[in-house]
Design a protein. Structure first.
Length: 159
């Protein structure tokens, strides 16, 4: 490996783009599973894959940040934008823009997936309340197992 000063901050952009594309595909797969399209038992594997991809993205970003710092630029996305404006080739600028668009797609997919998870958690909580007899309507069965239809309203007739 060559020294950090001879490497360009843009050299990992193609790899970052590829890894981010994998994240988008994984988030799409997660979304399909969360929407009920597929086997829900696959979700933990998808979550593990997503975590590995994110760790790889962080590693690549850290390498870019080190190269930016060595070049005298802030170790951030803004620093990369500044470096590209001053030193970047057109191909690197294009890759950076495509990477940014992929990251935006991943962010939106992740937001939607979070909403789906929250919705499913609410459904599960309501089902659990019903199973535990804590629903607003009271218990459907009495302690002896017989059906009980409790009424909190007024009687319909006098008899």
């Amino acid at each position: 490996m060559t020294s950090t000063t001879s490497q360009l901050p843009s050299q990992y952009l193609a790899e970052e783009k590829q890894v981010t594309s994998r994240l988008v595909a994984t988030l799409e797969q997660e979304q399909a599973l969360l929407s009920g399209n597929g086997d829900a038992d696959e979700i933990p594997g998808v979550i593990n894959e997503k975590a590995q991809i994110i760790a790889e993205m962080a590693r690549l970003a850290e390498q870019r940040y080190k190269l930016l710092s060595a070049a005298g630029f802030p170790a951030s996305e803004n620093g990369m934008q500044s470096w590209l404006e001053q030193h970047g080739a057109d191909a690197a600028k294009t890759q950076w823009n495509e990477l940014f668009e992929l990251a935006q797609s991943a962010r939106e997919l992740n937001r939607v997936n979070g909403t789906l998870v929250g919705r499913q958690m609410a459904i599960n909580q309501n089902a659990l309340k019903i199973l535990q007899g804590r629903s607003g309507g009271g218990s459907l069965y009495g302690p002896d197992g017989s059906a009980s239809v409790g009424s909190t309203g007024r009687p319909l007739g006098i008899g």
